[in-house]
Design a protein around this ligand. Structure first.
Ligand code: KMT
Ligand code: NI
Length: 157
């Protein structure tokens, strides 16, 4: 895991866009994002049951796995959105970036690699992209069935 402020410069979303301004784990906590490095699945199972998670799935995001829809999917994930419930992402392989808004609406970019786990609080605005390796395998854990309220605006007014 490495976190920093996004540089907001134009260019491929899959490039690092590192402003050079670092963000710490305790800065992430201030916006409600919790980070853990968990090398064994048992640790994830324990955390999930402690916090009342009921569902999970595994997703592989890569051109090999997704074929022609890969580019469309990656653009969709990078569309700013929120989830109604707290959700967990646990990286099984590869790497990718979660961008989350801080209290001042600035983008914080969180680079996640294998064995990294983040807990996104309910209602946080965020977006996701693969990095320039175009490959990530992740477990998504949900408290209820996955749901995004389509009536919610994607961007703040
Ligand atoms: C999300 O919530 O935006 C995602 O789950 C992105 C794909 S999981 C690596
Ligand atoms: Ni999301």
């Amino acid at each position: 895991m490495k976190a920093y402020f996004y540089d907001n410069l134009p260019g491929d979303q899959r490039l690092p866009h590192d402003s050079g301004r670092e963000v710490t784990v305790s800065d992430l906590e201030k916006v409600g994002v919790l980070y853990f490095r968990i090398p064994e699945l048992e640790g994830v199972n324990a955390l999930a049951s402690e916090r009342g998670y009921k569902n999970r799935d595994e997703i592989t995001i890569s051109p090999e796995k997704m074929g022609a829809i890969y580019e469309t999917k990656v653009k969709q994930f990078f569309d700013e959105h929120l989830h109604e419930d707290e959700e967990i992402r646990y990286i099984r392989d590869g790497a990718g970036y979660f961008d989350v808004r801080n209290e001042g609406d600035e983008w914080i970019r969180i680079k996640l690699v294998k064995d990294d786990l983040i807990i996104l609080p309910a209602g946080i605005y965020h977006r996701f992209t693969t990095d320039d390796t175009d490959y990530i395998q992740a477990m998504r854990l949900f408290k209820e069935e996955p749901q995004v309220d389509a009536s919610q605006p994607h961007r703040r007014a």
